[in-house]
Design a protein around this ligand. Sequence first.
Ligand code: NDP
Length: 322
Amino acid sequence: MKIPVLDRQFVQEHLDMRACIDVMEHTLRQESGGVCGQSLRTAVPLPNGNIFGLMPAWLQDCFGVKALSIYHGNGELGLPSHQGQILLFSLEHGEPIAAVDADTVTQIRTAAVSAAASKALANPDAKSLAVLGCGAQGLSHVKALLAQFPLENITLWDRTRMKAECLAAMQPADVSVRVCETVREAVADADIICTVTAAQDPILEREWVKPGAHINAVGACSPKARELSGPLVAASSFYGDNLESVLHESGDYLIPLGEGLIAKSHLRGTIGQVLNRTVAGRQRRDEITVFESLGMAVEDIAAAKYLYDVWCGKLRKSGGKI
Ligand code: NDP
């Protein structure tokens, strides 16, 4: 059976950030309402110390799996750290219908989810963004937050300053962009902070974050890794993308829980629940909110299905000639 292979170029051309934020918001609502679902991801350790990840999920009319390799050393070689494919199946008869480039979908959908979470939890007049980590996710997060908020100031930090400078040079002229030497300097005035590093130990401290800030904690996705300090997590109103994932995979939550800094009930709920108004979001302007993003398979399958529908539309328009 021949299926379309929607490659990196197709995804870059057709998964517009604004459209992806809307698809993700809809998917987060549906996941929280039980209309779509997923199994916890499987991380297969490879003999060379890298990881092979498998993330299965189902939506109302399709299901699929994202299979990808995670090679953190690839950055030094100029290669992507996440590479793989999303294999999409029809729910009706169970046949495979498309293979979609997972690396590009992951880059775009992760930032789109952070934008949707920021819309739900940040103060609505947020004007300043700090991005900590200027790799693939750093770039994507700047794009997503610019698509969601009328930002006036962006501060960038990376432990390799040149990467922050490259990202700064790519930004539109009507936004003030500053590269910072320290995390503290970068977040001092930030209304929204995105932590998108592969750090294993905290890079962000409680006393550096201004009252009312919203944090998207995206980079640490395993029980032993974290980007946020325990006191910062303890001082925040803490939400996740999926309750089961946070309870099993989030070092930002599990490490302070193990240290007795927070109770299990510190996890207030999911962004989907906030969007569906079954859990309360921000209550005060000066509250620090955290969205703990671990990445959900439903996000990948929903983005892949959106792209497959775009491809089907193009096929119809072209009379079957693409
Ligand atoms: P990249 O390899 O493109 O970038 C990695 C970034 O992390 C670089 O800025 C790098 O800095 C920085 N970094 C690595 N180690 C450290 C450290 N010890 N301290 C501070 N900074 C560090 O990866 P991506 O941008 O694709 O991914 C970033 C993180 O986000 C990863 O941990 C990844 O697993 C996670 N992720 C999470 C997803 C989710 O759904 N929640 C989805 C996709 C990714 P330098 O420039 O100096 O190398």
